[in-house]
Design a binder for this molecule. Structure first.
Ligand code: IMP
Ligand code: MG
Length: 193
């Protein structure tokens, strides 16, 4: 596989969800979502940047008319000490008034980002707001959120790949991997290859 060009052999990565398992699950999610919306032409709102890879595959698995838009948020504070403050850094291109919105997320962790997005989008008079997330780190939830379509529930570990990053890296891995930095002495800021 081409993985050796994305990561170096000594990096503390372990495959959690292989590409083929993702492919199969995305197909199922697509069918689930199509069944729900029928011919209502939902607007899929991809949350930048992490959800881009998932969204690109997901929309091709949904065999009903749909539209796409994007929104970007950032969380202040270090991951280890989250402030819980979420800020909108890029807004949708179009109004979602009277539209059926499907938020497409890569991962729901504490739930703070999603809770903010749901609140924000609800103020725009949409017809409905639902959520599809590839990954659910359910054990980490701090804010209750309703997830309508979930790809995989995963344990409390930091994961990368298939859109998810660590410091901007690893988004192009075709699978989901656990990044275990505890006790690792290497330097991930050094470019590989
Ligand atoms: P929240 O804690 O649910 O608000 O999640 C905030 C954001 O943290 C997510 O949208 C991701 O961008 C990021 N995040 C949370 N867990 C992980 C992880 O395991 N890997 C990569 N990014 C993560
Ligand atoms: Mg991220």
């Amino acid at each position: 596989m081409g993985e050796s060009r994305v990561t170096s052999p000594d990096e503390p990565l372990r495959v959690l969800i292989p590409a083929e398992a993702i492919r199969r699950r995305v197909r199922e999610l697509g069918e689930e979502i199509a069944l729900h919306y029928g011919d209502r032409t939902p607007v899929f709102v991809g949350v930048l940047k992490g959800a881009v890879v998932f969204l690109a595959d997901l929309i091709r698995a949904v065999e009903v008319p749909l539209e796409c838009d994007f929104i970007a948020v950032s969380s202040y504070g270090a991951r280890s000490r989250p402030s819980g403050i979420v800020k909108l850094t890029a807004d949708l291109a179009a109004s979602v008034e009277e539209r059926d919105v499907l938020i497409v997320e890569d991962i729901v962790d504490t739930g703070r980002t999603l809770a903010y997005l749901q609140r924000n989008l609800e103020t725009r008079q949409p017809r409905s707001v639902r959520v599809c997330t590839l990954l659910d780190k359910a054990a980490r939830r701090e804010v209750p959120v309703t997830l309508h379509h979930v790809g995989f529930t995963i344990p409390d570990e930091f994961v990368v790949g298939y859109g998810l990053d660590y410091g901007g890296r690893y988004r192009n891995l075709p699978h989901i991997a656990v990044l275990d930095l505890a006790g690792w002495a290497g330097d991930l800021t050094t470019p590989v290859g």
